[in-house]
Design a protein around this ligand. Structure first.
Ligand code: C6P
Length: 415
C-alpha cells in the first residue's frame, strides 16, 4: 500500500493503487467519471478480500474452530471501525451491515415505518430525493395511510428551508433527506433539518450515499437518528451497505428480516432477538465485504476525509468553470463558487444525454446519462435526462479537459 500522511495528497500515488485506471480502449486511456454510480477499489481493499478467502474463510458466529473465530472477530471489528469512521460512539451496536443504501432505507421503512406510521402521519422528503428513499417511503405510506410531502428545491438547486419549516410540523413523524444530491451535487443542511425534525418529535433519516464517500461525516454532530451509505461508492466492495442508528431507537425497533443469527432463543411458538447489531443481520452476513469495507475506510482515513472533500470540490468547481465556457451547455445544481459534492450534471444543447454518453465512450470517457434515479427531480427540471460527470480521489483536472474536448465531436455530429 502506498503510505501517505493524512493531508499529504498525491493524486498520482493514489492512482497507482487502482490498477483498473491503467485500462485502455483501442489505445485510448480510460477516463472514469462515473464515481457517483460506483467507485473503483484500491489494491489494499482487494488484498483484504483475497486474504479473507485464502486465509480465514468461514461462517461467523457459528463455529468454535479457528477459522470461524478469526472470521468472527474480523467481521465484528469491521463494524466498530466503520462506526468510528462516521462518528458513532456506540460502535458496532449502532452500525448494521446491509446490502447497500437501498436496503438500509427499506430496513428502516419496514421495521420502523410499518409499525410507527398511520393515517394522518406525515413523512417529509425532498424533491431531490433518490428513488431509494422516495419510492420506499411512498410505498410504506400507501400501506400505512401516511402522507408523503416534499421540501421544494430552489432554482439554484438548494432546499427551500422556509418551505421545510412550513412542512415539518406536529404531524411529521419522519424526515428523510439526502446529505449530498447525486444529481445536483447540493450539500444539504442536515443538522438544521435534524433540529427541525426533533423540535416536532420526528426522526431524521439521512441518505449519505453521496456524502460518506466524499466528506467527513459525524452522525452525532448532525444528530441524525439514522444514516445510510454504500460500500461500493467509497472504495469498498459491492454487496455491502451500512445503516447507522441511535442505539435506543434500534433497540426499540422490530427486526427487518427473520432467520438465523438474529435470535437468542427460539421455541415452536416464539423467538427472542439477538443483541445489536446482529438482530438486524439475519442469515449468513456479508463477511468478506464487511471486512473489506473496514479496509476501505482505513484507506480513506489515511488520505484524510477533509482532503478528499477538498479535492472533489476543486474538481467539481473546475468542471463547472470549463462547462460554463460554452453557451450550448446547461449545468444543473448550485452555481460555480458554491461548495458542492464531486459531481456535475449537464446537457449539451438538444443532444440526448444517452447519445452524448455513447460518443464520449468512443473517447473512453465514462460518464452516466439518464435520470440518475431521480425522475421526479428531472421532471421538475424539465428534462428527461442529464449527463453527469462525477469524481473521486484519483481523478484529475486533465481528465476533465479530455471530457470537454471529446464533447466537440458530439457538437459536430449533432450539428
Ligand atoms: N446512486 C447513482 O448513479 P445503492 O444502489 O443502494 O448502493 O445506492 C442507492 C442510492 C441512494 N441514495 C443516493 C443519493 C444515491 O446516489 C444512490 C445511488 C447511483 O447516482 C445509482 S442510481
Amino acid at each position: 500500500m502506498t503510505v501517505r500522511e493524512a493531508g499529504d495528497f498525491d493524486v498520482e500515488a493514489i492512482r497507482e493503487d487502482f490498477p483498473i485506471l491503467e485500462r485502455e480502449f483501442d489505445g485510448t486511456p480510460l477516463v472514469y467519471l462515473d464515481n457517483a454510480a460506483t467507485t473503483h477499489t484500491p489494491e489494499p481493499v482487494v488484498d483484504a478480500i483475497v486474504e479473507y478467502y485464502e486465509r480465514y474463510n468461514a461462517n461467523v458466529h457459528r463455529g468454535l474452530h479457528h477459522l470461524s473465530q478469526e472470521a468472527s472477530v474480523a467481521y465484528e471489528e469491521a463494524h466498530d471501525r466503520v462506526a468510528e469512521f462516521v462518528g458513532a460512539s456506540g460502535g458496532r451496536q449502532e452500525l448494521i451491515f446491509t446490502g447497500n443504501t437501498t436496503e438500509s432505507e427499506n430496513l428502516v421503512a419496514y421495521a420502523w415505518g410499518l409499525n410507527e406510521l398511520g393515517p394522518g402521519d406525515e413523512v417529509v422528503l425532498t424533491e431531490m430525493e433518490h428513488h431509494a428513499s422516495l419510492v420506499t417511503w411512498q410505498q410504506i405510506a400507501k400501506k400505512t395511510g401516511a402522507t408523503v410531502r416534499y421540501i421544494r428545491v430552489t432554482d439554484d438547486g438548494h432546499l427551500d428551508m422556509d418551505h421545510a419549516k412550513e412542512l415539518i410540523g406536529s404531524d411529521t413523524k419522519m424526515v428523510s433527506v439526502l446529505h449530498v444530491s447525486n444529481t445536483l451535487g447540493t450539500i444539504n443542511p442536515v443538522a438544521d433539518l435534524a433540529d427541525l425534525a426533533h423540535a416536532e418529535d420526528a426522526l431524521l433519516f439521512v441518505d449519505g450515499a453521496q456524502a460518506a464517500p466524499n466528506r467527513p461525516v459525524d452522525v452525532e454532530a448532525i444528530d441524525a437518528d439514522f444514516y445510510a451509505f454504500s460500500g461500493h461508492k467509497m472504495a469498498g466492495p459491492t454487496g455491502i451497505g451500512c445503516l447507522y442508528g441511535k442505539k435506543q431507537i434500534l433497540e426499540d425497533m422490530e427486526p427487518f428480516n427473520y432467520g438465523g443469527d438474529m435470535i437468542t432463543k427460539v421455541t415452536f411458538d416464539d423467538a427472542t432477538w439477538n443483541e445489536l447489531p446482529w438482530k438486524f443481520e439475519a442469515g449468513t452476513p456479508k463477511i468478506a465485504q464487511g471486512i473489506a469495507l473496514a479496509e476501505a475506510v482505513d484507506y480513506l482515513d489515511e488520505i484524510g476525509m477533509e482532503t478528499v472533500a477538498r479535492h472533489e470540490n476543486e474538481l467539481a468547481q473546475y468542471a463547472l468553470e470549463r462547462l460554463d465556457e460554452f453557451d450550448d451547455i446547461e449545468t444543473f445544481g448550485p452555481p460555480a463558487g458554491q461548495e458542492r459534492g464531486g459531481l456535475v450534471s449537464f446537457n449539451l444543447g438538444s443532444v440526448h444525454a444517452h447519445d452524448l454518453s455513447s460518443i464520449l465512450n468512443d473517447y473512453a470517457v465514462a460518464i452516466r446519462a439518464g435520470d440518475h434515479c431521480t425522475q421526479p427531480l428531472h421532471d421538475k427540471l424539465g428534462v428527461a435526462a442529464t449527463a453527469r460527470a462525477s469524481f473521486y480521489i484519483y481523478n484529475t483536472r486533465e481528465e476533465i479537459d479530455v471530457l470537454i474536448d471529446a464533447m466537440d465531436d458530439a457538437r459536430e455530429l449533432f450539428g
